[in-house]
Design a binder for this molecule. Structure first.
Ligand SMILES: CC(=O)N[C@H]1[C@@H](OP(=O)(O)OP(=O)(O)OC[C@H]2O[C@@H](n3ccc(=O)[nH]c3=O)[C@H](O)[C@@H]2O)O[C@H](CO)[C@@H](O)[C@@H]1O
Ligand SMILES: C=C(OP(=O)(O)O)C(=O)O
Length: 436
């Protein structure tokens, strides 16, 4: 179990460039299975989850070639589909959440797709019904081995149809889209997820020859084609990382510039931080956060009632930023209710923040009220264990703002989604050491 030792209380300064987006990468990498031609992808983050997915693709027979840092080419022209039934796949396939998106492309191109119950954060129930209901609607037969937690779909051919998803699942929509692009006829997906990463996937698929309309909306229309060809694709910057750096700048009262953020793809994120009193300047495509010498004040609603920050499917606020927003609120002036609607086990990490001196009431598993200190009292250093990726980073931000030396164990959770986080933090002045 890896550990970070953090000496908190130092102001940071300088520029930080966000990595390529983790959750986009997981979709895009699975899409290389849809063609026998070469697909070249750049801005791939060097993080544990993405590297695990690349090695799964390699084990499946995809030829990969590293062209430069973050740029790889992939060629899925001669796959070993027997690997999907192997003990190794049953083990490795559960190593991350994103592996579930291997199923759609495999089903579409080879008529069968299998996956063990995928991993990812332990943040509550993470059902897969939307994925499999979509495949079944396209004509697949479904089986599930309860003992092994092993899912499978098979189809002689897929046929386009209308479907109304029971929820706007991000990976579910990506999976169904990747199956539908090679189905016969027209598929209509209503209540589709439409976040920028999904838009990126659809745009890439169209460059490969797919016919997807309605990109960016929750109504996708897909005219099936016989085959897809190669393409090139560049990943967006990671919006959750961008939000993490905003939270870090605020809590450490640092002047930071976040480079090349693709501002127009950030949706509500800048507005939500502004509601929490954070000054964000747009300079070209950079976000500049000035030093918040006098702290930051949470806005109330127009009628004076307490602000709620809640997650919702895009274009609502992503749930992946709520832990970061929560930790930031602990030093704000004012109060806020954080409402994590999607996941029921994502707020339990607040116990650690309470130990550090934060004023938080966990109302129930989904809601926490935070009463900010307005920097009149700093958090106290402590020892903690990272429970999941975003709580881990939130605890790291808390530690960097706290007085004294903190220890965070289980940093593998953080490495799942943040590339060389300690090296990049040291470059802006953080005192952080990694122990293996
Ligand atoms: C690898 C990857 O891309 N992971 C992301 C993806 O996970 P993932 O695709 O697994 O998440 P889903 O979009 O399927 O759903 C997330 C959770 O929200 C619930 N839900 C979803 C839609 C809805 O309209 N109502 C609702 O309550 C689901 O029941 C589930 O518990 O999307 C999540 C939601 O943005 C993010 O937290 C994850 O980081
Ligand atoms: C929950 C997350 O990831 P995953 O879906 O891979 O567990 C996340 O990125 O915050």
């Amino acid at each position: 179990m890896g550990t970070f030792i953090i000496e908190g209380g130092h102001q940071l300064h300088g520029e930080i460039t966000p990595q390529g987006a983790k959750n986009e990468a997981l979709q895009i990498l699975c899409a290389v299975l849809l063609t026998s031609e070469e697909v070249t992808i750049s801005n791939i983050p060097d993080i544990v989850d993405v590297n695990k997915l690349i090695s799964l693709l390699e084990d499946l027979g995809v030829k990969t070639q590293k062209k430069a840092k973050g740029t790889y080419s992939f060629k899925a022209d001669n796959l070993n589909l027997d690997y999907l039934q192997s003990a190794q796949f049953k083990e490795d396939g559960r190593g991350l959440r994103g592996s579930i998106m291997l199923v759609g492309p495999l089903l579409a191109r080879f008529g069968k797709g299998y996956i063990p119950k995928p991993g990812g954060d332990k943040i509550g129930r993470r059902r897969l019904d939307t994925h499999f209901e979509g495949f079944i609607k396209l004509g697949a037969t479904f089986r599930y081995n309860k003992e092994e937690h092993f899912y499978g779909v098979e189809a002689e051919k897929l046929t386009g149809t209308y479907m109304l998803l029971d929820e706007a699942s991000v990976t579910g929509t990506a999976n169904i889209v990747m199956a539908a692009v090679l189905a016969e006829g027209k598929t209509t997906i209503y209540n589709a997820a439409c976040e920028p990463y999904l838009q990126q996937l659809c745009k890439m698929l169209n460059r490969m020859g797919a016919k997807i309309n309605g990109i960016g909306s929750n109504l996708l229309e897909i005219e099936g084609v016989d085959s897809l060809g190669g393409t090139e694709h560049r990943m967006l910057p990671d919006m959750i990382e961008i939000g993490s750096w905003i939270g870090l700048a605020a809590m450490t009262r640092s002047h930071l510039t976040i480079k090349n953020v693709h501002w127009d793809d950030l949706g509500q994120i800048p507005t939500v931080f502004k509601k929490l009193g954070i000054q964000l300047e747009r300079q070209g495509d950079d976000i500049v956060i000035p030093e918040h010498k006098d702290g930051y004040e949470i806005q109330n609603y127009i009628d004076g009632s307490i602000l709620t920050i809640a997650d919702a499917p895009w274009p609502g606020l992503t749930p992946d930023l709520l832990s970061i927003i929560l930790v930031m609120a602990t030093q704000a002036k004012g109060e806020v209710l954080i409402h994590q609607k999607m996941f029921e086990s994502r707020l339990f990490f607040v116990d650690k923040l309470i130990d550090m001196g934060a004023k938080i009431i966990l109302c129930d598993p989904h809601r926490a009220t935070v009463i900010g200190h307005d920097f009149k009292s700093t958090l106290k250093a402590t020892t903690m264990v990272s429970p999941d990726i975003r709580a881990g980073v939130s605890l790291l931000i808390a530690a960097l703002s706290a007085k004294g030396t903190s220890t965070i164990h289980n940093i593998e959770q953080i490495d799942r989604g943040y590339e060389n986080i300690d090296t990049r933090l040291r470059a802006i002045g953080a005192k952080i050491t990694r122990l293996q």
